[in-house]
Design a protein around this ligand. Structure first.
Ligand SMILES: [Fe+2]
Length: 284
């Protein structure tokens, strides 16, 4: 176990906690390494690699549960590795500026979306890196909707820092980029590029060599929450957020995308290196 276990200061009464902070959804309060997980039966020969998961897991319980939101939890990464018939597990929080400030202070400093507790020493707004994790061109990236990606060491889960690709990327970066299976490009957008609740967006691609190939900035007719998108050949996109609004107006239930993850194949299969399987989960 690492030295970053969370010794929780006195917090709200359990009865006051929202559903995503208690019971089966309660945050994991520690980081650990389990190098030898018990295996029932035998793992298939050749099934080697690491499955990464990401999700909000607050370092500290919020001071005011009524103002807390599921999206405000600090990103926690989980890595399940299968290698040579053995299974192991490791988890780490993403060391964002907020996480580091709260860890140093020994208690919660944030007060909501983008807010900091009165009197608290300010920390950089680097986001929470708590929504998705993707593998692209040798980089493992923890993503969230409103900020730049955070690069993670794939072996140790240590935080390498905000990844701007030599300053080419700036502002929000979607948590749900798409990877072209033919070209290997990552396709992305950023909503609210001029700041929260602005109508400016970015759209771009990162090539199979890891360099930004395209970056455009444009204004939309009005500010809207743009969450996810699809890409077809030839490149045309549609925003499920708009689809949901349309479906809601017509009394239908729109598709729901749940669950994210990234699979890093083992190095024994170089032909597959760099491919990512994103667990899209169930649609209903
Ligand atoms: Fe999302």
């Amino acid at each position: 176990m690492s030295d970053s276990s969370n010794s929780q200061p006195p917090g709200p009464h359990p009865a006051d906690l929202p559903p995503w902070l208690c019971g089966n959804f309660a945050p994991i309060a520690m980081e650990c390494d389990a190098p030898h997980l018990p295996v029932v039966g035998a793992l298939p020969h050749g099934l080697n690699g690491t499955l990464y998961r990401n999700g909000p897991n607050p370092l500290f319980m919020p001071l005011d549960p009524a103002r807390h939101h599921w999206f405000l939890g600090d990103g926690m990464l989980h890595a399940f590795t299968l290698a040579d018939g053995r299974a192991s597990y490791r988890n780490r929080w993403v060391r964002t500026a907020k996480w580091q400030a709260e860890h140093a202070a020994g208690g919660p400093l944030a007060s909501g979306f983008g807010g900091q507790r009165d009197g608290a020493a300010p920390f950089a707004d680097e986001g929470l890196a708590n929504t998705n994790i993707v593998w692209h061109t040798g980089r493992l990236l923890a993503l969230e909707e409103g900020h730049l990606p955070v690069e993670i060491d794939p072996a140790t889960l240590a935080t390498r820092g905000v990844q701007s690709l030599s300053g080419r990327l700036e502002g929000p970066f979607t948590a749900h980029p798409k990877i072209d299976p033919v070209t290997g490009e990552m396709i992305f957008f950023g909503a609210g590029a001029d700041g929260p609740l602005t109508a400016t967006m970015t759209f771009g691609t990162i090539g199979a060599d890891g360099l930004v190939k395209r970056l455009e900035r444009f204004d939309t007719p009005y500010c809207s929450f743009v969450h996810d998108f699809i890409v077809t050949r030839p490149r045309r996109g549609a925003h499920p957020a708009a689809q949901r609004q349309h479906a809601a107006r017509h009394g239908r239930r729109a598709p729901l995308r749940v669950g994210t993850g990234a699979w890093r194949p083992c190095r024994d299969h170089p032909a597959r290196a760099g491919r990512v399987v994103t667990a899209l989960g169930a649609c209903r």
